[in-house]
Design a protein around this ligand. Structure first.
Ligand code: PEP
Ligand code: MG
Length: 571
């Protein structure tokens, strides 16, 4: 049995596909035998074409014709005589190695396409990069592995998956994933929950122990992985899957109900999303709001920043899709474990403590301006709440608000319509903001507590580092005291407080958070119905008594004991 951290609920049984991120190092070499280099290049083209045709055919059969066409386009690039002619000339004229020549030629094409003011050509640049990488790997005799290569149902095993890797996963084929690094709140884990793909992260050795083709059972709830299971183990897990499905049916009764506690207090239960397509899951699970739209996913997997129009369309789609229900759209939160290939950031010793999120946006006013323009233009289509991430001081908040005000005036001058009803709020995810929440509350419309970061900063424990994942302690009284402080301070100013960190979806946290007076819970959509089902069994006065007691516990274990006892007594 391999053990990791259960990151996304559900059980999958299937075959391993090992995702090997090959490192390409291309050096310029002086070569005598240019004919040999050209032969290597031509052979690499042939292998690449064979592979791409096979992937295209499988994708057409298992996914759809539209996705398959991408690989058809890749084959066309391979066969482009302009590209191969330029590579061969370079090898002969400059006496250089084939991989270096190909890289140079491809880079010229890529920069040319990227500079074009046309979405279609910019996407072709990404295709050329992809195809070139494949050919380069073959010239160097390395083994290829790519997420787009997956054409049958698999359980993906990787050392690590970046958020943009995760964003590319095809849910129809990837039935689960396993990574060596990461914790419950790393972004790949969060994505897995949104996509409803069972996942285990932080296995440390899974990548070494598992091989492509191995049969495994993955339990995303407990973090267990069974390698080459016996028939009786498979039968046991099938029974568990059936049990889980039965529970889901019980929760589904709550789909069209509003979220009420036993004594009739309304709490708002909504969803975190990463892109407009996630709204399907929100409505399937009866979400009452979007409590967090992580806009950074709009910026990932591209060769350049999304333009104003593209962003405007995405924000409008989400606001319209929610039909007047509240939508909290967070401004760009890049940095930490979320990188953009086209944004060259200086190397930082501690990226989670560095130039990320709002700090970065205020340092790149043009990028920020484009986003705020798109948001304000979309504001007329629904109940928009703009939220700033990573606020540490009231000065940052004031600067950001002033920025919005300026952009708003600019739009009005241009004759554009901007709603006067949009709200402005902040994430409370830095302890300094929690401690100053009485001051901040006077200057915002709402707070949303980001426990993923608040926990990592409060306990000084990197959320990506599985060695310190024991310090991810949502039930630690230190954290609960901070949360209480934030809620009480906001309520004194008549402002509401939500939570969009992963703790909001931890089922055991529900009674404590209801007891502390939290107004809104935003989680991965598949958790909504279970939370609503449990909320209906909770009396707010009893929950307040429980919350009060947890605040004077010595540690997380004592809190959990009280919570477990409370939950077992619910009927
Ligand atoms: C958080 O920090 O809790 C949060 C919701 O933001 P993210 O996970 O995107 O950093
Ligand atoms: Mg955060």
């Amino acid at each position: 049995m391999i053990r990791g951290i259960g990151a996304s609920d559900g059980i999958s049984i299937g075959k391993v596909y090992k995702y090997n991120q090959a490192e390409l190092i291309i050096e310029k070499l002086a070569v005598e035998d240019t004919a040999r280099e050209i032969k290597k290049f031509k052979e690499a083209l042939v292998i690449s074409e064979e592979e791409l045709s096979a992937i295209r055919d499988k994708t057409e059969k298992n996914v759809d014709a539209e996705t398959a066409a991408i690989f058809g386009a890749h084959i066309e690039i391979l066969n482009d005589p302009e590209l191969s002619g330029a590579v061969e000339s370079k090898v002969i004229d400059e006496n250089v190695n084939a991989d270096y020549a190909l890289k140079e030629v491809a880079d010229t094409f890529v920069s040319m396409f990227e500079a074009m003011d046309n979405e279609y050509f910019r996407e072709r640049a990404a295709d050329i990069k992809d195809v070139t990488k494949r050919v380069l790997i073959h010239i160097q005799g390395l083994e290829i592995s790519s997420l787009s290569e997956i054409s049958e149902e698999v359980i993906l095993v990787a050392k690590d998956l970046t958020p943009s890797d995760t964003a590319q996963l095809n849910k129809k084929l990837v039935k689960g994933f396993i990574t060596d690094i990461g914790g419950r709140t790393s972004h790949s884990a969060i994505m897995a929950r949104t996509l409803e793909i069972p996942a285990v992260v932080g296995t440390k050795t899974g990548f070494e122990e598992l091989n492509t083709g191995d049969q495994v059972i993955l339990n995303g709830s407990t973090g267990e992985i069974v390698l080459n299971p016996t028939q009786s183990e498979v039968d046991d897990y099938i029974a568990k899957i059936e049990e889980y499905n039965k529970q889901k049916a019980l929760w589904s009764v709550y789909k069209d109900k509003s979220s009420l506690t036993k004594d009739g207090k309304h709490i708002e239960i909504g969803a975190n999303i990463g892109n407009p397509e996630d709204l399907e899951g929100v409505s399937k699970n009866g979400g009452e709001c979007v409590g967090l739209y992580r806009t950074e996913f709009l910026y990932m997997g591209k060769s350049d920043y999304p333009n104003e129009e593209e962003q405007y369309k995405a924000y409008k789609a989400v606001l319209e899709g929610m039909e007047g229900k509240p939508v909290v759209i967070r401004t760009l939160d890049i940095g930490g474990d979320k990188e953009l290939s086209y944004l060259k950031m200086e190397h930082e010793m501690n990226p989670f403590l560095g130039n990320r999120a709002l700090r970065l946006c205020l340092n790149m006013p043009e990028v920020f301006r484009t986003q705020i323009r798109a948001l304000l233009r979309a504001s007329v289509y629904g109940d928009l709440h703009i939220m700033f991430p990573m606020i540490a001081t009231v000065d940052e908040l004031r600067t950001a608000k002033e920025f919005i005000e300026n952009v708003k005036n600019e739009l009005i001058k241009e004759g554009r319509e901007v709603s006067d009803k949009y709200k402005i709020g902040i994430m409370i995810e830095i302890p300094a903001a929690a401690i100053a929440s009485d001051i901040l509350a006077k200057e915002v419309d709402f707070f949303s507590i980001g426990t993923n970061d608040l926990i990592q900063y409060t306990f000084a424990a990197d959320r990506m580092n599985e060695k310190v994942s024991y310090l991810y302690q949502p039930f630690n009284p230190s954290l609960l005291r901070l949360i209480k402080m934030v809620i009480d301070n906001a309520h004194k100013e008549g402002k509401w407080v939500g939570m969009c960190g992963e703790m909001a979806g931890e089922i055991k946290a529900l009674p404590v958070l209801i007891g502390l007076g939290l107004d809104e819970f935003s989680m991965s959509a598949p958790g909504i119905l279970r939370a609503r089902y449990l909320a209906a069994k909770i009396d707010t006065n009893e929950a307040s008594e429980l919350a009060e007691k947890t605040l004077s516990c010595a540690n997380q274990a004592e809190v959990l004991e009280l919570v477990d006892d409370f939950i077992t007594k619910l009927d």
